[in-house]
Every structure is written in C-alpha cells, then in structure tokens.
Design a protein around this ligand. Structure first.
Ligand SMILES: Cc1cc2nc3c(=O)[nH]c(=O)nc-3n(C[C@H](O)[C@H](O)[C@H](O)COP(=O)(O)OP(=O)(O)OC[C@H]3O[C@@H](n4cnc5c(N)ncnc54)[C@H](O)[C@@H]3O)c2cc1C
Length: 458
C-alpha cells in the first residue's frame, strides 16, 4: 500500500531523477537525490511523511549559499504550489500557497488597488522563500516580513499540519518564519495588504555624515513616506543619495500599473556593466545617477514593487558572480559601522557595485531575528571571481565585516554565501540555541536540512 502511494505521488508530482541544483549565484551546485515539485498539500504531506531521508525545501532559488539543498536530500521544489486560496479585499488580506511569487500576488491584487504590505525590492521571490528568510524591502514604518503575516500553515517532520500565528502555536510561528526551512514546510500563508498608492520619487545627495539627521527629520515620521533607501556611493563611502517614494495626487508619469513581464533589459545591463567597471563607481555618482534621477517620476506602488531580477542578469557566468551581502546595525551605530566597513573594503580592495541603506522596525519575536531593535541595513552588491582562491579571499573580508557588525551590536543576513564561522553565527543570532531546541523537538531526526543547517546545526 505504502509503495503504491509513493509511486502515485511520484507520478503526479513529477519526481525527477537525481540532479544537481544550484542557486542564482551559480556558486553552489549540489547533487540532490531527486527533485519533487508538488502541486497539492496532500503531495507535500505524503512526501514529508514517507520520505525516509533528508528533505530540503526550494522556493525561487535566489538565496546565494545553497540554502535550498543538501547533498542527497529530496528537494521539494515549491514553485508549482502557487495558487491563491482566499482573498478579502475589504479586510485587506490574502491567503496563498507558499510557492507563489510576489509577481503572481501583485497580478492578482492589483485590480483591487491593493499592494503587499511588505516584500523585497524584486517580485521574483516566492512567498515561502521570503517568509523563511524573513525578508524586508524599502517600506518605511515596516520591517521584517513577519510583521505582515497573520498566520501560516506548516507541514512538520511527522507530516502533521499546524496552523500557527502570533496567538496560536506562536513558538512554531516565530521559529518557522526566518527559520530557513529548518522547522517544517511553510505550505500556506495569510498576508496583510495595503493600498496601492500613487508615489512620487524624490532624490537628494548629501554627505553620509548628514544622512541620519535627514532620516530623522524627513523620512521617519513623514506620514506620506512609503518607500525610502539611501545609495551609499562606493567611491569613498562618504556621499549618500537619499531616494524617497512619497504618496502624491500628481498625474502619473509611468502609466503601466506593473513592470511589463516581457520588458527588454539590454540597456540596463549595459549600464550595470559600466557601473561595475574600474571607474564605474565614479561615473555613476557624477554622471549616470544625476541623469537617472533628474526627471519627475510618478508611478504606482505596485509598479515599483514589481521590479524584475532580470534587470541584473546575467548574475553569474564563467568565472564571475554578482553577489549580495547584508549587515544590520542599531540606528545609533550606522555611522560607526560605515567607517569600519569602509576600512575593511578598502583594505581588501573590494570592488563594490552598490550599497543600499535601508531601515527596518524591530522584529516582534522571530527566533532568528535580524532586527532586534529599529535597525539600519546595508546591502552590498559586488562582483567576485569564482575560483577557490577568489572565494577564500571573499570569506576573509566577509568575516571581518561580520566582526565589524558584531562590534556595532549588529548582525548579518543569512540568505547569502555561508561564510561566517559557527562562533560568529551564534554571536550574531543569540537565540539560535532556542531555535535548535525547537528544531530538535519537532524534527528529531533532522529531516529538514540544507547547507545553512548542515553548517551550523549540531
Ligand atoms: C537580486 C537579489 C535581490 C534581493 N533583494 C532582497 C531584498 O530586497 N530584501 C531581502 O530581504 N532579501 C533580498 N534578497 C534575498 C532573497 O530575498 C532571499 O534569498 C529570498 O529567500 C528569496 O526567495 P526565494 O523564493 O528565492 O527563496 P529560496 O532561495 O528558494 O529559499 C530561501 C530559504 O527558504 C527556504 N524555503 C523556501 N520555501 C520554503 C517553504 N515553503 N517552507 C519552508 N522553507 C522554505 C529554503 O529552504 C531556503 O532556506 C535578494 C536576493 C537577490 C538574488
């Protein structure tokens, strides 16, 4: 009977033979036993219940350290489990299957003048992958994605289904969100929505030394401020372009409601290539950005939310990869951290393409919270070589940056390359032992694995 069930499951869910999966960075080829792409909750439950070996969970595969796979595991590829389950425009919430992408959510809710309350700066990610890293975007007055989640439905290691929210099964809720697939499969989620406002973009260049005052006076308490980020120019890390998206009634200059799915990005890629070149940082600060931000731009919030990662592609190729790293520090430590970061980056001659400064409100209680108070985030985008030597060099300066963040009572983000020592990880995530204790209780055989937990969970 069990065998028949498994065969039926494999046929209906398209189980493929052993294969190598990778992520967008191209840096993490991992041979898995098989990839299963479920389309129903029953298939997920059956797979978890009947598969004897390890299971890794994959969403859009945009994490950059192999967090969606583990050697010889069964990978659950969630991307075909992507339907809207219920939607209440009046009460502004939506219930979705976790493999749905933000783009698909946006297409569904846009006709109702609604928008996700919190999401990342691109729309390609799955909701399940975003919940599992507890992602964030550029929304002011918001923070980690957990702040926009009403409840989730989890499949635990024994196949049990649990509905978890801040009020009910809260330990599972706060463990699984930001838990990188270590606690269970997030199968469904109910997310808060907000109005799809019309936004006018403003931008202003200032010394880094003035940015915090600017943020306090112009951004933090402005009721019309919807999105904001600072671009810290990597030329000498002393100048910021503050870019704000403010609610307006002005006529639209961008008529499209969403970024067209088939947009041609050739020009954008050429520009990115230029910016990443030797003198690119200077050219960007002095010429390209002043041109880019000169014109008035009024667009829908959903238009800015629907940006496509394709604009950055190719993210990886023979011998190179564009990758991200991210560091979080308490508000008062921003300037100190920037000085320390500059020292490390200059010492190691790191060619940074972009640094984005963002703000996040405190996390309400996830075990692996990266915003343990109101926080500034610094997102580094850079190009690296892929040889063993080049990767080892990156590991050296990344660990120095993690130490710098720790000295500022901050932390670093986990979806990127897994470069931190175990000691650094435990210092950066002080509730990791509570997370591990929860994992041990609900997943005693360590069924749910991936490179992150292979590195740090004992
Ligand atoms: C170009 C680029 C821009 C980015 N911008 C941002 C940004 O603005 N803000 C931000 O916070 N992050 C950003 N990221 C990081 C990205 O948000 C995270 O990697 C996010 O998890 C990607 O979603 P995904 O669907 O690709 O998840 P994946 O990479 O597929 O998975 C991420 C983790 O979630 C787990 N997982 C996936 N689905 C489930 C599920 N259903 N149940 C349980 N566990 C699951 C996986 O096992 C894995 O550990 C960016 C990454 C890139 C490459």
């Amino acid at each position: 009977m069990r065998l028949i069930l498994i065969i039926a499951l494999l046929i209906s869910a398209r189980l493929l033979a052993a294969e190598t999966v990778n992520d967008v960075s191209g840096l993490n080829p991992i041979q898995v036993q098989a990839v299963l792409a479920p389309t129903s909750l029953e298939q997920i439950v059956q797979a978890v219940r009947t598969h004897a070996g390890p299971i890794a969970i994959g969403g859009g595969r945009f994490s950059m350290g192999g967090q969606t796979a583990s050697e010889n595991a069964l990978q659950l590829d969630m991307r075909r489990y992507n339907q809207v389950l219920s939607f209440n425009p009046g009460e502004r919430w939506i219930r979705v299957q976790a493999g749905i992408t933000w783009r698909e959510v946006l297409e569904y809710i846009d006709p109702y003048e609604l928008s996700p309350l919190i999401m990342q700066s691109y729309a390609n990610f799955t909701v399940g992958g975003s919940l599992s890293v507890n992602s964030h975007g550029r929304y002011i007055g918001q923070g980690p994605l957990v702040l926009a989640v009403k409840s989730i439905r989890l499949v635990l290691a024994d196949g049990r289904l649990v509905e978890a929210s801040p009020e009910h099964e809260s330990e599972l809720f706060y463990g699984a969100i930001g838990g990188y697939g270590g606690i269970g499969v997030i199968a469904e989620a109910t997310l808060a929505l907000t109005e799809n406002a019309r936004l006018e973009r403003h931008s202003q260049v200032m010394p880094m030394a003035d940015y915090r005052r600017f943020f306090d006076q112009e951004v933090r308490n402005n009721p019309d401020m919807v999105m904001h980020n600072g671009i810290l120019y990597p030329n000498d890390y002393s100048t910021v372009r503050a870019v704000s998206y403010v609610r307006t009634r002005a006529p639209l200059t961008v008529k499209e409601r969403l970024v067209p799915a088939d947009r041609d990005y050739r020009l954008m890629r050429t520009t990115l290539g230029l910016v990443s070149s030797k003198s690119g940082a200077m050219m960007r600060e002095a010429a390209l950005d002043p041109l880019l931000y000169k014109n008035k731009q009024v667009q829908w919030r959903n238009h800015e939310a629907s940006l496509d990662v394709r604009e950055l592609q190719p993210i990886s190729g023979p011998g190179y990869s564009y990758v991200l790293q991210e560091y979080f520090v308490p508000e008062a430590e921003l300037d100190n951290f920037v000085v320390r970061m500059k020292t490390v980056l200059e010492k190691h001659k790191v060619k940074v393409t972009n640094i984005s400064i963002r703000h996040a409100k405190a996390d309400p209680g996830t075990l692996l919270a990266w915003a343990r108070g109101d926080t500034f985030a610094l997102v580094l985008y850079y190009r690296q070589g892929t040889s063993a030597g080049q990767r080892a060099e990156v590991a050296v300066w990344a660990r120095e940056l993690i130490d710098a963040a720790l000295r500022s009572h901050g932390t670093y983000y986990l979806p990127y390359q897994i470069l931190a020592s175990r000691e650094q990880f435990l210092l950066a995530y002080p509730r990791a032992q509570e997370f591990f204790a929860l994992k041990k209780r609900v997943d005693p055989t360590n069924k749910f694995r991936n490179t992150l937990w292979d590195a740090y969970y004992r």
